[in-house]
Design a protein around this ligand. Structure first.
Ligand code: PXG
Length: 465
């Protein structure tokens, strides 16, 4: 870490001029933003030189860890050779074409679904806007323009553009800006801890939760439903891991009604769950797969959609010109960084490591946190994990939400050199895939400490025995 920076000066410029995403501006200005200055491996340093273990991989994206010179070198070399050119007007560039072929080779074929094509964007939100455009175009071209409705899920997250926020099921986002846009609706999420019935098994719950899709399709009329969109495991919603029965049943239902299936893998792809793409893990066959974030490990923005053969065939053979695209679709520097990033992942076997080694190790260690008196449930999937802070361990009764126990726990995390997210009272992590066993031990030790501190707070305030 270099010499500490002038934190106050940076905060003053920030407060005066930078409107941050998902932020209460006035509240932030009253305290000043935390300035992250440097990062290496799985750690970040703030401008005062304080080190923190980044158990969120930035924002679910730095899968190969910080400080990879190879990625900087790839960007540098590509910037000197061809920093930008568009891919409109019958033009391409070497990294964009090479990456498209590479992604097609990585996306597994499941049943009759294969992925030979990629549509590029620069983010997850844009990619989901592209999905809406492609889904609607697909049904128009097939002579079924009345198939317009896309069904998402409550507490799903699909981005922050008008279409992305509409597809997602975040009530706070819908409350601002007249969302969702027309022809997007939602079903409940498959969250067993909250929605499971007494004595119901998680497998039975998974079937019941998938059944909400069928009920919604019948309510709307199947001939009006275009697609269903879901995250394999909900990320921003709090690492909601569906029961094993859920996705196969969703697949059965979308097949029954001929509806397109969109797998939003902006968080779950590229090794996060121990597979290149997460639909393989859960055994379903999507038609469109959204990606972003870890394709470049977040070193530079890049997103896109893997377009399955069912949709691609119609768009290519019958479509004529598709009137949609972005200035940065197939950006050569972003694609060059993505190629270098995938090369690192392959060389270091990061995907296999999550599946066979560090994923199971984290699962074992994280499960031990389930014994803590404050924890109602602790669960992992690959290198995503979540635990719930509860008022009563025996009944799993929650704390009143106005106590903001999760936020208190998060404050202890920062104070103790740990970056962990709070989604309500669900504390979640998604560390870099490079995390070692010793670093998992360090992480679990830190979580233990912040749980103890949060419990002590709750006891002192009289909220807990
Ligand atoms: N889909 C999914 C599944 C995501 O997780 C997006 C789409 C949108 O991607 P862009 O690149 O447009 O941000 C995301 C993004 C959080 C949080 O609080 C999560 C995301 C973004 C911001 C905050 O966990 N995920």
């Amino acid at each position: 870490m270099n010499a500490p920076l002038d934190t106050k000066h940076i905060q003053e410029m920030d407060s005066a001029h930078f409107l941050h995403p998902f932020t209460d501006f006035k509240d932030l200005n009253s305290r000043g933003a935390r300035v992250i200055a440097e990062a290496r491996d799985i750690y970040v340093w703030d401008s005062d030189g304080k080190r923190m273990l980044d158990a969120m991989s930035g924002l679910w994206c730095v899968n190969v860890g910080y400080g990879r010179k190879e990625l900087a070198d790839a960007a540098h070399a590509q910037m000197l050779k061809l920093p930008y050119y568009n891919s409109f007007f019958q033009t391409t560039n070497v990294p964009a074409a090479t990456l498209a072929a590479k992604l097609a080779s990585l996306a597994p074929t499941v049943g009759d679904r294969s992925f030979e094509h990629v549509f590029y964007s620069s983010s997850g939100s844009e990619s989901n806007d592209s999905n809406v455009r492609m889904v609607r175009r697909y049904w128009d071209l097939l002579g079924q323009p009345e198939r317009k409705v896309i069904i998402g899920r409550v507490n799903g997250y699909h981005g922050s553009t008008m279409a992305g926020a509409s597809l997602g099921g975040m009530s706070g986002m819908h409350a601002q800006g007249d969302l969702p846009i027309p022809n997007i609706t939602h079903i409940e999420q498959p969250y067993f801890f909250e929605k499971g019935l007494p004595l119901e098994s998680s497998d039975a719950f998974g079937i019941r939760a998938a059944g909400w899709l069928e009920a919604k399709i019948l309510e709307i009329g199947a001939h009006k439903v275009a697609a269903f969109i879901g995250e394999p495991v909900q990320g921003a919603g709090g690492v909601i891991i569906p029961p094993a029965t859920y996705w196969p049943e969703i697949q059965r239902i979308v097949d029954k009604y001929g509806i397109l299936l969109i797998s939003d893998e902006v968080i779950c792809a590229f090794g996060r769950l121990g597979h290149w793409f997460a639909y393989e893990k859960f055994g379903y066959r999507p038609d469109l797969v959204t990606f972003a974030k870890a394709i470049t490990s977040g070193y530079i923005p890049l997103g896109g959609v893997m377009v399955g053969n069912r949709v691609a065939k119609v768009l290519i053979e019958r479509g004529g010109e598709f009137n949609h695209g972005y200035t940065y679709s197939g950006h050569p520097v972003a694609c060059a960084v993505a190629l270098a990033n995938l090369e690192i992942m392959e060389r270091e076997n990061l995907v296999g490591r999550v599946r066979d080694d560090v994923g199971p190790y984290l699962a074992q260690k994280f499960a031990e946190l389930g014994a803590h008196p404050l924890v109602g449930v602790a669960e992992t999937c690959g290198l995503m994990a979540g635990l719930v802070l509860v008022k009563d361990k025996a009944t799993k009764a929650p704390f009143p939400s106005e106590l903001e126990v999760g936020m208190r726990c998060r404050a202890h995390c920062f104070a103790n050199g740990l970056i962990m997210r709070a989604v309500g009272d669900r504390m979640i992590i998604a560390p870099p895939l490079t995390i070692t066993h010793a670093q998992v031990d360090e992480l679990i030790g830190l979580i233990h400490r912040v749980l103890d501190l949060t419990l002590a707070d709750a006891q002192a305030a009289g909220w807990r025995d």
